[in-house]
Design a protein around this ligand. Structure first.
Ligand code: DHB
Length: 462
């Protein structure tokens, strides 16, 4: 592994009729035993830095390293290029150095039919790329103490994992397998849009949120290699077996939630009773109400939101199940660990020879596909929740988490729990549920970059 300083091209993107120049280092190999055409990364640097100029106060050596991943649906992703209007272009224009790694995913099969991108490959590859940035920090432009990961959905999960699990020994064996020497894989901050995380508790959280709502409205996902998903509409009503599962999963959620001993910022316990009501539910409502307040204050018409109570210009209360009915259920029970073992996540947890596996006790016990459980350690390595309290992990100090107000890909409880736990260990967490936004990411780059600039500055003074 080396960093070839002179192996770059100077290129440009056109912005308002002007050319913005950047240096592009492509296909940098970040593992000694790279698999196929993975374990490669592109690094882009604003060209003016080489003339000693600065952008937004950043220079060749001080610029934060923005590190987005292009993963969707836990599929493989290749390095991304700066283009017309994409995130990388905006980040370069803002003055960041951008590192874009390829990442293995669940659909990869070699010539012999062997899978080579199942969990935990995705997070192993992201970490390997971070290690490379630290290892060659003296040669690579940008400040390796200011690496900010970014991703959406499955990519948001990877960003979260990178932020939470840094330097944890659990991953060492897998890093060693691809020829990555021991080193630092810590990051400064993680930006996570609608992270699909906590997969082994996501089913129960989903049934808690969509309790009693049995009609579903979704799009069937088709993945193109390395691309984002495309969709066709599917509507229906859950059958009796699915409704039974929904009720059972929903009843499991309070038990899990209460086991976390969550506390609000005021130190009040956040709990749920057997029926799924209680202070935690009120806390979730407060997040939605605050989102609605922001929308109201900017003049959005909320008159159609019958579940929302607005008094004297304040969003004071809401009917939680009316809200869930309004955004509609997307997935049938169980939504992640499918008893017929056909979900994206079942496919993620397969191994070299098996395409699919279960990852919850409930669905393994109720399997209609004779499915076996994935390795316990693999399930753990994909779930940031197991590492938050583990002092062998060097958790990032800063997290920014967004879960759109009408996102139904996973329960809002999942990101809320993550953020509460991160705050409990002293992380600074910027968390919100932006009004009327679905499962999506990178929709507020100005705010994201302002957050990054803020934490970089506050770190200088702190
Ligand atoms: C993604 C969306 C899902 O609903 C899911 O279960 C897993 C991944 C995604 O868009 O990445």
């Amino acid at each position: 592994m080396v960093f070839e300083k002179n192996n770059y091209k100077v290129e440009s993107v056109e912005i308002d009729g002007n050319k913005f120049f950047y240096r592009a280092y492509r296909d940098i190999i970040f593992a000694d035993k790279p698999v196929k055409d993975f374990h490669r990364m592109n690094i882009y640097i604003p060209a003016v830095y080489y003339d000693g100029q600065s952008i937004n106060g950043y220079t060749l050596n001080t610029a934060p390293i923005f590190m987005p991943n292009a993963v969707g649906g836990y599929c493989p992703a290749k390095q991304e290029e700066p283009s017309e209007n994409n995130t990388i272009r905006h980040a370069l224009l803002h003055g960041y150095v951008v590192a874009s790694p390829a990442i293995r995913g669940r659909t990869l099969k070699d010539e012999d039919g062997k899978n080579y991108g199942k969990a935990p490959a995705c997070i192993v590859d992201y970490k390997a790329a971070v290690r490379y940035l630290h290892r060659f920090a003296n040669e690579i432009p940008g400040d390796d103490k200011k690496i900010i990961t970014n991703g959406t959905s499955a990519g948001g999960a990877l960003s979260c994992l990178a932020g939470v699990t840094a330097n944890h020994p659990d991953y060492e064996e897998c890093l060693d397998e691809i020829g990555v020497p021991q080193g630092d894989d810590s990051v400064f901050a993680a930006s996570c849009y609608c992270p699909i995380i906590n997969l082994d508790h996501a089913d129960m959280a989903y049934e808690w949120q969509f309790d009693g709502i049995y009609d579903y409205h979704r799009s069937e996902m088709h993945m193109s290699e390395g691309g984002r998903p495309s969709f066709t509409p599917v509507d229906g009503v859950m059958n009796d077996a699915q409704i039974k599962i929904s009720r059972e999963e929903s009843a499991l959620f309070p038990v899990y939630l209460n086991s976390l001993n969550l506390k609000s910022e005021n130190g009040d316990s956040l709990t749920l009773d057997k029926k799924g009501n209680g202070s935690f539910k009120e806390y979730i409502k407060s997040i939605i109400l605050s989102s609605a307040q922001t929308a109201f204050d900017r003049g959005d018409d909320l008159s159609g939101k019958k579940w929302l109570v607005i008094k004297n210009g304040r969003t004071v209360d809401m009917d939680f199940s009316g809200y869930a009915r309004d955004i509609t259920r997307m997935k049938t029970a169980p939504s992640f660990d499918d008893v017929t073992m056909k979900s994206v996540e079942n496919h993620l947890f397969g191994d070299e020879v098996n395409d699919f596996a279960h990852f919850t006790e409930y669905s393994a016990a109720h399997s209609m596909a004779n499915g076996f459980m994935a390795r316990e350690k693999t399930i753990k390595m994909l779930n940031p929740m197991y590492y938050i309290d583990d002092n062998k992990a060097e958790t990032a100090k800063y997290f920014r988490v967004r879960h759109g107000e009408c996102d139904r890909d996973t329960s809002i409880a999942i990101s809320a729990i993550l953020c509460l736990k991160l705050r409990e260990i002293g992380c600074e967490v910027d968390y919100a549920s932006p009004w009327n936004l679905p499962h999506a990411g990178d929709y507020d780059l100005d705010e994201l970059f302002a957050w990054i600039d803020d934490i970089v500055v506050s770190c200088l003074h702190g």
